[in-house]
Design a protein around this ligand. Structure first.
Ligand SMILES: C[C@@H](N)C(=O)N[C@H](C)C(=O)O
Ligand SMILES: [Zn+2]
Length: 184
């Protein structure tokens, strides 16, 4: 049942760059807690993201994926380390839109792979990552605007505290999915 609710993004489109942080130790838990670097999403979310990537590609960028569907067990691990609902959704309340296969953590890179400067790294939990923080270099503000404007065109919404996080429009009305990554 669950595997039908989610699709692997690379079976829909191969134009994305992958940097799935929770499959590596380069994340705020400092340990890999995904079995593989996969991006699972609900089909309608995957299709919207494909359209967004096409739009960015025409502008000379591609989407870099940091996180897509996130198992509830992973959300609980995060909450144990950093129980601050401004930055990590509480798995014991409504949970995260990632747990519903309808949120992504992303950035942009140029088509040659050079990362675009967004001012902080993924999962920098502080004021510099907030999208209403205008005390940042002009180029960073411009880069974030390109990302946000592009994503909004395809049905994605921002959250105030994380420039990298986007919820697909129906967000919390999607059911939580309990699924473990299928890895080759
Ligand atoms: C943990 C961070 N990458 C993230 O996705 N935060 C939001 C608020 C979430 O947990 O849904
Ligand atoms: Zn997120």
């Amino acid at each position: 049942q669950n595997s039908k609710q989610l699709v692997l993004l690379d079976t829909i489109n191969d134009g994305f760059a992958y940097d799935i942080r929770y499959a590596t130790s380069n994340n705020f838990l400092k340990e890999a807690f995904y079995d593989c670097a996969a991006c699972y999403l609900r089909p309608e979310v995957a299709n919207a993201l494909k359209e967004a990537n096409h739009y960015f590609c025409e502008m000379g960028y591609k989407i870099v994926l940091f996180d897509c569907y996130r198992p509830v067990s992973a959300q609980k691990k995060m909450w144990k380390v950093f129980p601050n609902p401004q930055y990590v959704a509480n798995p014991y309340k409504s949970g995260s839109v990632h747990n519903r296969g309808a949120a992504v953590d992303i950035s942009l890179a140029k088509l040659d792979g050079i990362p675009v400067d967004m001012g902080t790294d993924h999962d920098f939990f502080g004021r510099e990552a907030h999208i209403d923080n205008t005390s940042l270099p002009k180029q960073v503000l411009q880069n974030r605007k390109i990302l946000q404007d592009g994503m909004r065109k395809f049905g994605f919404e921002t959250i105030r505290t994380e420039w990298w996080h986007f919820n697909y429009k129906k967000n919390y009305s999607f059911q939580i999915i309990d699924f473990n990554f299928e890895c080759n």
